[in-house]
Design a protein around this ligand. Structure first.
Ligand code: S3P
Length: 426
């Protein structure tokens, strides 16, 4: 992808559907009785991997333009797949499916691409094993591929060391097949889309601070879902607008669930001119239009409990921080090292090539005001969020920025480049 510096951004747009919610709509739709119609489903590679895994397990899923219809078969309707389930690059598919497959009456193997095979799976193997699951890392390295042999599971109380919605959701899905309530305690609350959607489908989940209690129910029932725009995708456009002069943008119908809106809170604390309009609740999820204007940003400290609410946005927040007066310190974010790439190393290495004043720390980064970025050739590490963050940096850098291996943006935001082109003025 080639990005040239632009004058400004003007527009009124929508971003593609939320990735986390799209995955869950397929999964919970498949486990429900009856039909689930999904509007605004994200047609990105990760969510298409989830669809193909469920088709492999006998679920009929129709795709008609932007409408996805899942013909659910109830909690006990999945069939043994004829081959390994391939999740591609999708950590959400792999970890959530592990929880769902552990209590089935069949065995199967879950695998994916090289990135997925390098990501830590101990975090799900441990709690599932405590529940009585038979789940084995085939390479004996706590990584995928995983072999899961269906077993009877029992409820547990689990105190997680990491705030991870993938770990929490994995345990919640497994808990649907136990007899009593399962309790999960997180260090800080991670995104709660599984909990909200399960309750919407007739499940029984309660949340008290960062403790989640899942009580099994006899059946879930399919319902229509409208997927809001993904705040993680909107984040790239928001930052692009903030750091280019005389820009103004309206992004309509974006999910602003409080477990995901950390980027808005942080950018506002950095003096960003952002307002939320038309707030409403759609299938349990808070949605709003986001209005953004170019702003003179100031540095800040980002740490502790807010981190899980903006974990995927930190690469583009690092770009915003280059344009913020003073220093921005990001701490307590070691999870960034085990995402699709090591996002601390990736952003520090590549933004440094563009002349940013940025340092890696053990659990984050320190970024000093460096508004004179220069375009050059940078690596995406095959990580969609790194590629798009560097593209945003390129818009405000002098000259031309070339992002290598940029087709990875198809994971979460296939229309990114075209949308950016439409709203950019040269
Ligand atoms: C996701 C949870 C987060 C996030 C990922 C999507 C989800 O991962 O980074 O992009 O849909 O549950 P962790 O749960 O590992 O933090």
């Amino acid at each position: 992808m080639i990005i040239n510096s632009i004058k400004n951004i003007k527009g009124n747009v929508c971003v593609p559907g939320d990735k986390s919610i799209s995955h869950r709509a397929i999964m919970l739709g498949a486990l429900s009785k009856g039909i689930t119609n999904i509007k605004g489903f994200l047609m990105g590679e990760d969510c298409l991997s989830t669809i193909s895994c469920f088709r492999e397990m006998g679920i009929t899923i129709d795709i008609d333009d932007s409408l996805v219809t899942v013909h659910g078969k109830g909690l006990h309707g999945l069939k043994k797949p004829n081959k390994e389930l391939y999740v591609g690059n999708s950590g959400t598919t792999l970890r959530l499916l592990s929880g769902l497959l552990a209590p089935q009456e069949f065995d199967c193997i879950l695998t994916g691409d090289d990135s997925i095979k390098s990501r830590p799976m101990r975090r799900i193997i441990e709690p599932l094993t405590k529940m009585g699951a038979n789940i084995v890392s085939i390479g004996n390295n706590d990584k995928a591929p995983l072999k899961i042999t269906g077993s009877n599971l029992h409820n547990i109380t689990y105190e997680s060391l990491v705030s991870s919605a993938q770990v929490k959701s994995c345990i919640i899905l497994a808990s649907l097949y136990t007899e009593n309530e399962t309790k999960i305690i997180e260090p800080a609350l991670s995104r709660n889309h599984t909990e909200l959607m399960l309750n919407y489908f007739g499940g029984n989940i309660t949340i008290h601070d960062s403790t989640i209690i899942s009580t099994p129910v006899a059946e879930l029932y399919g319902k229509d879902i409208i997927v809001p725009g993904d705040i993680s995708s909107a984040a790239f456009l928001i930052v692009a607008c903030l750091i280019t002069k005389n820009s103004e943008l309206l992004i309509r119908d974006v999910g602003i669930n409080p477990t995901r809106d950390g980027i808005i809170r942080v950018l506002k604390s950095m003096n960003a001119n952002i307002s939320l309009l038309n707030e409403k609740v759609i299938n349990g999820e808070l949605v709003a239009d986001i209005k953004v204007k170019s702003s003179n940003l100031k540095g800040t400290i980002i740490d502790k409990d807010i981190i899980p609410t903006l974990i995927d946005e930190i690469p583009v927040i690092a770009v915003a921080a280059c344009f913020a007066e003073g220093k921005t310190i990001i701490k307590d974010a070691a999870e960034l090292k085990v995402k699709e790439s090591n996002r601390i190393e990736a952003m520090v290495t590549e933004l440094s090539k563009m002349n940013a004043d940025i340092l890696a720390t053990e659990d984050g980064m320190i970024i000093s005001h460096s508004p004179q970025l220069t375009g050059t050739t940078v690596n995406s590490y095959n990580d969609h969020r790194v590629a798009m963050s560097l593209a945003v940096a390129g818009l405000a850098a002098q000259g031309t920025t070339e992002i290598l291996d940029s087709s990875c943006i198809d994971i979460s935001f296939p229309s990114f480049y075209d949308l950016l082109k439409n709203i950019s003025n040269l």
